[in-house]
Each structure stands twice: as C-alpha cells, then as structure tokens.
Design a protein around this ligand. Sequence first.
Ligand code: ADP
Ligand code: MG
Length: 755
Amino acid sequence: MTCLGQCMGAGMFLRALSLASGYFAHNHVLSHATIGSWPAETARILAEKGGSLLAYHEPDPDHMREAVAYRELTALMGTHPKLCRLIDHEHERARATATATEPDVLPATAIALENLSRDPSVFVFDPNLACTGRIMAFLQRTPTVHGALAGPKPVELPKRSALADGHDNPTFKVFVRVRPPLAREARYTRAYNVTQFTTKSGLHGKEIIVSDSAALKTAQTHSSRAPEPKFVFEDVFAEDCSQSDLFVQAVRPLLDAALADGVDATVFAYGQTGSGKTYTIEDGIVPQALGYLTSHVEAVRATYVELHNEVLYDLFSGVNPTLSEVDGAFRLNHAHVITATDTAELLSQYAEAAARRATSGTAMNERSSRSHAVLSVTVPVQHGAHKQRSKVTEVTIHFVDLAGSERLKRSESVGQSRDEAIAINSSLLALARVVHALVTPSHKAVAHVPYRGSLLTKLLSNAIGGRARTVLIACVAPTVDSADETISTLRFATCASLIRNQVDSEAEKKRKQLPTRTALSQDQSTVLSERAASFKADFFSGDPVVVRTELGDMEVYGDFTAGTHAPLCIMLHYYGQGSSGGRQFVPWFDRIRALGYRCLAPSFPGHGRTPGTLSAKPDPEVLAQGPCRWLSTLFDHFGIAKAELYGYDWGAGIGLEFALTQPERVLGVVACCASYRDESRLQLLKQKGFGRKKLCFLGRKNSQVHLWSKTVKQAKAAGVESSLAPTDEDALDAWIAHLQSSRERKSKKKPTMTA
Ligand code: ADP
Ligand code: MG
C-alpha cells in the first residue's frame, strides 16, 4: 500500500514500515511527520524498495524543526537525496516569492465538522492542481533500486569462530553444507577449498577458504595475493555428503541429548536463497528425525507454522496463531497440534502441510521458500538413572527452514515477490542484530538483546541465546558467482558460533556421559533389509563388479552364496601401489563362506578399478571423512545393517575409525598392523561396546613398516589383547577363530525352540 501520513499518522506509518515493510509500496507522502524515535531501518527499506519519501512540513509549535522527525528527514535528505525530499513550507514559500514561481507546498486547513470526530476541527488537505499533479507523478514513479544501500546492511561481526579460537561450544554447534552446482552454475568454477583444522588443544574441525572470481584471477596472474577469507567450523559437509551422513553427524547427537536430558533443541539452516536450506531441513533432516523420534517414543505431538510477510500462519490448520510474551519468554498460542504414533502417518501430514508453504520461482531458485517455517515436535522423555524414581517430562525439538536472504538484483524479484524479499531481508537483519548483541561484550551487566525486532527473532529466542541446544547449518552454493553471499553466510555463522546458550550444567554433564547407540532405528533397518533382499544370493562369486554408489563407482569383490540373510564379513585392504585393492582377499573367501558368512572386499578409490584418490593419512578425521564414508555408502548400497570387519594397515585404521563413529553397524573388528594416528582415541572403543570379545589387534615383529611395539600400544589403549600374526595366513586363522567364537556366543544367546 501507499501511505499518505499526517502528523502522528506519518509516525505510525514509519513504524509500521520498519516492522512489516512487506506491506508497503515504494513511494509515500508525509505531512508534518511526528515520531518519538526514528526507526533505523527506514533508509535501507526505502533503498531496497527503490522508493522514497516526499515530506511536507509546516513548522509550528507542534511540529518544530528541532523535533526528531524533522531532524531525521533533513539528515536523510542530506545523506541520501534519492531517498527523501523534505519540503519546509516556510523556506519553499520564500523561494517561490524570490523566483516568482508557485510554491511547492501541501496546504491544509481546519474545518469544523460536528459529530464526526471528538474534536470538531478536522484537518483537510487543500492542494492546488499543480501540487496534486506533482504528488500523483511522485507516487506513480517506478521503483529504482539505490545500489549502495540495497541488501541487508552488514553489521560488524567477529572474525573468528569459537573453534578457531580453540573453544568447543557444545550448546551451539555450527556446520557448513556446500551443495553441488545446479545446472545454471555449470559454467562457473568452484569458489572454495576445505582442509582439516586442529586446534592447539587438539579439537578437530574444518577450515573453508572462499575466493571470488577476482581473487582467482589475481591468483593466476600474480604470485602473491590478498589473503582469502578463512572460516573454521565443527565440520564442512562437502557437495557429495548424503542426507543420511549429515543427519548422523550433525543432528542425531542433538536428538540423543534431548531425549536423554529433556533439554529442548533446535536445528536451523541459514544461507542465501537457493543454497540448499529447504533441501537440507525439509527434505533431509525432518523425515529422518521424525523417523528417529517416533521409533524412540510411543507418540509425538507436532505444530508447524510459517512466518510470511511478518504474519504467522499455521500450516496444519490454516489459522493464524499468535505469539505472546510471558516473563521475557515468547510463546506460540493457538497453533494446531497434531498427534501421531507412527512415522508414516506423521510424515504424510507433514508433507501435506509443507506443500502449503509460500513458495515461488526466482532467478536464484525455482522453488524459493518465501516464508520461514518452524516445525516443532514434542516427545515425552524420562530422566533419572533409576526408572522408578525418574520423572517424565517433555522435550520439544524445532526444525527451522529459514527463507533465504537475497540480493534483489540477482533474484530479479518484482511486485509481491520483491516485497516478500524485503520482509525476509528485514527479519534476517533482525536475526543478525540479535546474534550480534549476544556475542558482543557489553559494558552493561546484561546486554540488551533485540528479540522484539521481528517475529522471527521472537520465535527463535529460545534457540538463540536461550535455554535450548542448537545446531546451525550454514548452507552455501559452491561456485564463484555466489562467493559474496557465501562469505556473508559464513561470517554470520562465525558470529553465531560464539553464542553460548544457557543449557543447564547438569544436563550438559549428562550429555557427555550418553551411552552410545548400539542399534539402528526401526526405519533404517527396514530400508536396509529391503535393499539387501534385492541382491540375489549368488550375486558375486569372486569376480569383481563395479557398483554405482552414491559417492561414485566402486569395485567390489564378493561372495554372497551363503544366502541373502547370512551374516557378512568385510575385508579392508592396505594403502599404496602394491595393493590390488579388494582382490587380495579373494583367496580368503572359501574359508569364510564355509563358516556361513557372506564376503565383501571393496577397492577404495585409487585402487583396483575404483576411480579417484583418497588421502592415506591415518588421522581419525581423514579416515572418517574419506574411506569411512565410502564404507558407509557401501553398507547402504548392499543393505547391510551390520558386519564383521577385518583390516590390514590402512584398512585396519578404517575399520577402527568406522567402529568408533558407527558402532551400531559393526559386529567386531580385527585390526592387523593398524595405521591409526590417535592412540588415545582408541580408549573410546570400550565405551562403544568393543571389548575383548569384539576387538583384537594383530601385529608382526619382522616388519620395518609396522612396528610390533605400535600394535601393543594400540591394544593397550583399547584395553584388549594383541597377538602375533607373522603371515597373512596366520592373520586369517586368527580372524576365523574370532568369527567362530563370535558365532558361538550368538548361538548360545538364542533361545532354543521347544517342540
Ligand atoms: P533454499 O531453501 O536455500 O532456497 P533449496 O533447498 O530450495 O534452497 O535448494 C535449491 C536447489 O538446489 C533445489 O533444486 C535443490 O533440490 C537443490 N539442492 C540443494 N542442496 C542440494 C544437495 N545437497 N544436493 C543436491 N541438490 C541440492
Ligand atoms: Mg528454501
């Protein structure tokens, strides 16, 4: 809408424009504007809209030149003449007299009208034709975006993340996800590079370095170049990261913690429009999290609301919920609550509601979310070590899919879409202000955090600086054309990583002692067993096959003749030129099959017929990010829930790291001459359920490469035994013995059937 505001009416308009800019057109007329404090966003909003203010002012005792509105309008006209024209009637009349022209003023008179208002005098504008014509022409001007001010104004942000400074921040974790290039980006080069990062105190993270096309050009022509922006985060999920890997690494620990101690949790995605937020939250995390949560509790309750143009809508019912403030906390009222007992029912209701979200196509994203959406799932939790004395409470987990910020020029938004973009940018700016206030040391005892700046910041107040645990996933595009947006997203994420939520310290202690999960969820198991059934029993018989996995092609040797449901053994080869990949284990298959096992021996990238390369470094993070992800993908590909692992050298390191990170998929590990760089980490194996019966270390005394003393040390750290296996034949014997005792234990456990 276009506004003509008089006196306090002009003030009300200015306030409304800053709170809900999406409702307003670009040009507005003010007369005798009066306002107590000037909304700081005014200039930016006008600039984004490509509009301006035409303000008429008749100085009088009620509308003095010293008043806020007059001063601010004058200042705005001084700094940004395109955004404001203030006409002081007195000066204008003087000018007109001097030049013998008609004054450009908006005259008004008071007339008496009984029964129409409390005060019989009514203010009536009385413009002449010329003035009316000028105002109409002004209002009909097409918007022109004023460059310098367009886009959310960046606030000065801290340059280093918590992790870069050596601090772990368990209450607010920040991850980055880089999506693969879209078709429209095919012609651009990549703008980033990711490397391992280890703090002096031994914390691991990832560093992402971003360069725009200008930096790339300088790099090609000059040997030295300006330092590129570098950012350090908990992890950076690369373009090929699957939805399930992301869930397992970034979200599942958060859900486990919430279920264990009843502390609320929030996952949200942040990034420019088209960077993959909706793909990450709504397509990836939500379905997996709902499956996970429903498999842990009997019933869940859920609400799902969206914030569109600063108005709240309920996506389950279509009504308008409200937000109220009680003791400084914001609460959502009248949201429709659904209750579900099984995943399928919940997912179908969720999908139906998600389809109601406000979306539209822009140049940056064919299905751009024009609203922020918050799905809140509440589940019962039981705390306390003793079941009888424990209390049952509830915990709520929020999944937030923000609408993305966009530069209006790039997204080519016009009309409604443009107003939406402005509303989105305004609320994201309010979010940035909240984050900024939280991480800026204040001289006052308690810094003022401007949660009231927008509905979005009110909705997220518990997640950001509140009492919940939060995971932020900063989504970025891979290519140079988006480098500026990527850098600004990573700056925001860096700043957010410094937020300390006030999670109860007892709860934090408990999170650290969380038992490791040893079982797959019901849903995961179902999917896997369906996949497993699709491979015929005699799928392989020692001949190599190249399978197409999510990560790429992989050569696999195998023998499935023991049957679709037979337990499985996986053999992991050593690294290096002499290695023939999985082929080296083919001679072992007969003996393993004879025990009733299926066999798989993959060739990791760079070995056998598997293309690509993988780092040989036996550091835990390198193993986890590289070969362990291939292994996990292989499990998924064949529908393997759990397997026995044997590894030699590099392969043994892979097996150990896989057992540490995905213990629920490992029956046992036999590690021969293991390459594994962090012995102290092997202590964790016991906690993950790998004691003497499920883990053993083999070594050689005659090898220059693999020192026996190293094997002994590794076994000692893990608290298990080490044995000598001078030849491959000995190693196979030792593994067979391990498998046999594992089978015996299993069959003892099984209840015997009685006729
Ligand atoms: P946003 O919500 O940030 O605006 P979307 O999630 O809608 O962005 O993603 C934009 C496009 O990119 C969609 O077509 C989506 O399917 C695709 N996309 C995003 N992330 C990935 C990914 N990790 N892998 C494959 N495609 C992706
Ligand atoms: Mg989206």
